[in-house]
Design a protein around this ligand. Structure first.
Ligand code: BG6
Length: 473
């Protein structure tokens, strides 16, 4: 089964938001690139006719990326619809019939986690789960304990080698580039450790609020929504040891090892903020303590990374939209020139969005008599309008059985172990003004390491809007 092509794609939640915004456009693109030529079966509760589904697919594509007539027609010719209650046996009988001769289907569960149990059970009882793969969306639980029970539900039916846990950050081209840049070059490795690196910062900034997702966000908050998953995945890719090869387990094994060596967060090193006006958002509790901003200091307990703090910051309604990593090198041991160099002089920057850039920031002499310097940036950029969107890449890989870009059970659990001590409002939440960089306490957290690098305003061009993952149908 490993590495064989799935011969049907079934997705639960076909009428939902995630399907409209991400999955249907990804399927159209897969067809355009010749990567999808098997039956596609949408499952959902609404009693729609084939025409209604067709109209829904058309509208979704029109609103999210555009309709490619030939690919759309092909998608419609592959598409069937099974409507029914996810807890009802007959739904799975209908699904079994729709699958026809397919022997290795891929099930995509774009549904709330509370329905994973009934769906997995329904698939198992009807025989639909045999030799199948399953793709599940984040969030994988709300904390370590619930993630473990979710994993137990999945593992009662599917082997780990058939479970594809999506974190769409792993499907992003610039995130893949971090991995590539680190291990396709030899100049980084000798300095990628505590001897040369002073600290690391990761900022994920969003210049918008919860954008109508208040109800979902009330259950999440910034730490659960993006720190536990997207940002800890970035930490893992940035700081893991070299994998022994390109195979999925070598890479995933190193990532898991890195996250396992992180210390659980200490509440005294976590600052939570909430933008003014959040409690008035639709679906939000007027007394909400949920954070829309979080800044944390993480410590990796390893030979390579001891005493190199990792600062992670994520916020909604901050001044720009963009995600950036800065890896700051230690200062030269002595000041040879009279002018004292600014605190941030040498660093690697991985700008992941909206513009992609990898650069090394250094000091160079300003022409003239004095030995005075200025900051220069040695830049590697790569901009391609044809970059494959994350969902297309991830679904294509899942259909092929390639697990490299999916999150393994041990990694999910290691990430929950890191954030568990600071979940559940154990630290105060401070109000901040929209369009600012969160509460001032976040600046104090990093003061001894010279302060945050704020992604620049120029980054906002082409910024993407809110992404719907986590609030499936
Ligand atoms: C999602 C979160 O997983 O990622 C959202 O639920 C967040 O709150 C989004 O906005 C960010 O994704 P991207 O791809 O737009 O950076």
């Amino acid at each position: 089964m490993k590495d064989s092509l799935s011969d049907a794609l079934v997705f639960f939640g076909v009428t939902g938001d995630l399907a409209s915004k991400q999955i249907l456009p990804a399927l159209q693109s897969m067809i355009r690139h010749g990567n999808l030529n098997v039956p596609v079966i949408g499952v959902a509760g609404r009693p729609w006719s084939a025409d209604q589904l067709r109209a829904h697919v058309h509208d979704s594509l029109e609103q999210h990326g555009g309709v490619d007539t030939a690919a759309f027609e092909k998608l419609i010719s592959l598409l069937q619809y099974v409507s029914g209650n996810y807890k009802d046996e007959t739904t799975y009988t209908k699904l079994r019939n729709a699958l026809g001769s397919a022997k290795h289907p891929l099930y995509y569960l774009a549904i709330p986690p509370s329905l994973f149990g009934p769906v997995v059970e329904g698939l198992a009882k009807s025989g639909c789960a045999n030799n199948a793969r399953v793709v599940i969306e984040k969030p994988f639980g709300r904390d370590l304990a619930s993630a473990q029970s979710l994993n137990q539900i999945l593992r009662s039916v599917f082997p780990e080698s058939a479970i594809f846990r999506i974190d769409h950050y792993l499907g992003k081209e610039p995130v893949q580039n971090v991995l590539y840049f680190r291990f396709a070059n030899s100049f980084l490795e000798p300095i990628w450790n505590r001897n040369y690196i002073k600290c690391i910062q990761i900022t994920m900034a969003e210049n918008f609020g919860v954008a109508g997702r208040g109800k979902f966000y009330e259950e999440a908050g910034a730490i659960r929504d993006v720190v536990q998953n997207h940002l800890l995945q970035l930490v893992a890719i940035l700081m893991m040891d070299a994998p022994s090869g390109e195979d999925s387990d070598a890479i995933r094994g190193e990532k898991a090892r890195l996250l396992r060596s992180a210390k659980p967060l200490d509440p005294s090193e976590v600052v939570r903020g909430q933008y003014r006006g959040y409690p008035q958002e639709p679906g939000v509790d007027p007394d909400s303590q949920v954070e829309t901003f979080a800044a944390v200091k993480l410590h990796i307990h390893s030979w390579r990374w001891a005493n190199v703090p990792v600062y992670i910051r994520a916020g909604k309604w901050v001044p720009v939209t963009g995600t950036e990593i800065e890896v700051e090198l230690k200062r030269p041991p002595q000041a040879v020139f009279h002018q004292s160099e600014p605190a941030h002089s040498n660093y690697y920057r991985f700008r992941l969005s909206p513009l992609v850039k990898i650069s090394l920031c250094a000091r160079a002499k300003v022409p003239g008599e004095a030995m005075r310097g200025e900051e220069v940036e040695l830049v590697a950029t790569h901009q391609s309008p044809d970059e494959m969107p994350p969902y297309e890449r991830l679904l294509t890989n899942a259909m092929r059985g390639d697990m490299t870009l999916f999150v393994r059970e041990d990694t999910v659990e290691a990430a929950w172990r890191i954030v568990d001590p600071v979940l559940g409002n154990v630290t105060p939440v401070y109000e901040y003004e929209p369009d600012t960089w969160g509460p001032p306490q976040a600046d104090q957290l990093i003061a001894q390491d010279g302060g945050w690098y704020n992604p620049e305003h120029s980054m906002t061009s082409g910024a993407s809007g809110p992404h719907p993952a986590g609030e499936q149908a």
